[in-house]
Design a protein around this ligand. Structure first.
Ligand code: SF4
Length: 374
């Protein structure tokens, strides 16, 4: 064992902790749809969905996704746009794209069987150390650590570790520690128990120490330090970006476009929009639509603004309903950008067909506003 990990585990009653945690987990685990069996594909999908997203939010998405893509082959054979449609609303869409590419690779390279060793599984797109550890331990019962935010918090309190959990070095230390805490033959329940303890008992704010099953061995509790741990480096404040979006509607059609192939929310659909600073926002979007697509528009009214927060960014979107100032003969088909642009052509789509396209959450809110006003 590495020296740093050894130092924290010296004198820690490992066997008592294992017994207390497993006893509690076996009696208190939540009945979650992905706990019905240990199929690696299902564990994988659930773990990807659960990254950055709460369990209650994930459950209906997981069930819908599984009824459409019940097997790895079904997902590998699907079109990416349909996969994104089933992910619509869960956010962090690169997770869905990576999962889709990775299952295709598993189908082609490994005959559809999810690899059962860290080297191969960690080489798949989007599979980081946590997801690899979760699949290997939960689905295959291997003694591999799966250290997510819950586990970082629990371990830092349990062993009273004051290292900054945002540092890669600390994550490595915690993985090493968990590797030595896993009881023989019980990796699946032990790792799930640690995560469950973090989700239900050892919560970020006001941990429930008085009813905690591992209280008697918890060093932070003994030192009264549970509210000071874990130590987290200061987060940068997200930057606010002002955007103006135009809902250009004409004779039952609306102008939408697909986002570029790479970057934030890649390949999802949206209403045309652009950043604005000091000009009036509705003038900015009208000028943009003219410069970009050669469309002359006029403002009809302002709709409620939409705000969306990403990890490092806040979008504040002013929304304007527009119409064409110069009618067009033909409203079906594409409108091509005037010059080389990162965006593909915009398209006139019938309003009733908008549901066919995956939109990010912020633009789904704009779409809902259309339905409200029809
Ligand atoms: S006693 Fe409190 S701080 Fe320690 S593991 Fe339990 S809930 Fe967390």
């Amino acid at each position: 064992m590495e020296q740093a990990a050894q130092q924290y585990l010296n004198t820690f009653p490992v066997a008592t902790f294992q017994k207390l945690l497993l006893y509690w987990f076996e009696r208190n685990m939540r009945q979650l749809p992905w706990r019905k069996d240990q199929e690696p594909y299902k564990i994988w999908v659930s773990e990807v969905m659960l990254q950055q997203t709460q369990v209650d939010t994930v459950i209906p998405y997981y069930e819908r996704f599984m009824s459409r893509f019940p097997t790895l082959e079904a997902l590998a054979e699907a079109e990416e746009e349909e996969v994104l449609k089933y992910w619509e609303g869960l956010g962090y869409y690169s997770r869905a794209r990576n999962l889709h590419q990775a299952v295709k690779e598993v189908k082609e390279r490994y005959g559809g069987r999810v690899p059962d060793n860290r080297k191969e599984i960690a080489s798949l797109k989007g599979v980081g150390p946590y997801t690899a550890g979760a699949i290997l331990s939960i689905a295959y019962g291997q003694p591999e650590p799966a250290v997510d935010g819950n586990v970082l918090r629990v371990i830092s309190r349990l062993l009273h570790i004051e290292e900054d959990i945002q540092k890669a070095k600390t994550r490595h230390l915690f993985e090493e520690i968990v590797r030595h805490l896993i009881p023989k033959g019980r990796a699946s329940y032990f790792n799930q128990g640690l995560m469950e303890l973090g989700a239900l008992v050892c919560t970020p704010k006001s941990p429930h120490c008085l009813t905690c099953p591992v209280q008697e061995v918890c060093r932070a509790y003994q030192a009264g330090m549970q509210d000071q741990l874990p130590v987290k480096g200061k987060k940068k404040k997200p930057k606010t970006v002002k955007i103006v979006a135009g809902v250009l509607m004409e004779k039952g059609h609306v102008l939408i476009r697909q986002r570029p192939d790479n970057g934030l929310l890649a390949k999802l659909y949206e209403f045309p929009n652009v950043q604005w600073d000091d000009q009036e926002p509705d003038e900015t979007i009208s000028r943009y639509l003219f410069d970009m697509y050669g469309l002359r528009t006029a403002t009809v009214e302002q709709w409620p603004s939409v705000q969306h927060t990403f990890t490092h960014l806040i979008w504040e979107i002013s929304v304007y309903r527009l119409h064409l100032a110069e009618p067009l003969d033909k409203l079906n088909g594409f409108v091509f950008p005037q010059e080389e642009q990162p965006f593909s052509a915009a398209r006139w789509e019938r309003i009733e067909d908008l549901e066919r396209y995956p939109f990010p959450v912020s633009h789904q809110k704009i779409k809902k506003e259309i339905w409200k006003r029809l």
